[in-house]
Design a binder for this molecule. Structure first.
Ligand SMILES: [Zn+2]
Length: 203
């Protein structure tokens, strides 16, 4: 355990952060963004312990990072990319290794068998925000990514940007389907409004 110096929390949900407190007791430094830090300290519903009938052990965060911030750990540089939507606590950690960019992104983009498909993060959390998620993916699709290491699914070597692009397309297709439902669910209009123009590019 003494070889592990830092835990970079991709988001505060149970299946990604439930052992943070335990690791911290062994001297590991816990890193998260502001929203992640708040959720972890409280161990509240944003940690979705309820989804597995579990109790989330609260955890103090040692370092709070924000978008664009750089860390130097283990001789490598890591850039933090905040990526809200699936949860407000989502951060992608971009590791710079031999001029290549490796993304460790939790549930922002999940990947299917042999890196042939993508899935978006679960939408059952209390701070899931669909429009924000689409905006995040739109921003990410413009950034270089060489290799993608998802929270669920295989490591995808050399396929990073293609998968990010696929995730953005998938999110847009789902949003388009939702716009068509607006007539029967008018209370959702405000959520869709800001993306209306983008949506129509796809229809
Ligand atoms: Zn998640």
């Amino acid at each position: 355990m003494e070889e592990v110096s830092h835990l970079l929390v991709t988001h505060a949900q149970f299946d990604h952060a439930s052992h943070a407190a335990r690791l911290r007791r062994h001297g590991v430094q816990v890193v998260a963004n502001r929203e992640g830090g708040e959720a972890l300290v409280k161990g509240d519903d944003r940690c979705v312990g309820y989804a597995v009938h579990g109790v989330f052990e609260p955890c103090t965060v040692d370092r709070v990072v924000s978008d664009g911030e750089r860390l130097a750990i283990g001789g490598v540089e890591i850039r933090c990319l905040e990526a809200p939507g699936h949860a407000d606590s989502c951060v992608i950690y971009e590791v710079h290794l031999r001029a290549e960019r490796l993304w460790f992104g939790g549930d922002v983009i999940n990947v299917g068998v042999e890196c042939q498909s993508v899935e978006l993060g679960w939408n059952g959390g209390p701070d899931y925000r669909r429009a924000t998620y689409v905006e995040t993916l739109r921003r990410l699709a413009k950034l270089p990514c060489d290799h993608l290491f998802p929270g669920h699914g295989p490591a995808c070597i050399g396929d990073g940007h293609r998968l990010v692009d696929m995730a953005y397309t998938l999110a847009m297709m789902e949003l388009r389907w939702r716009v068509r439902r607006v007539s029967v669910t008018p209370f959702e209009v405000s959520d869709v409004d800001s993306h209306y123009e983008i949506v129509w590019r796809w229809i």
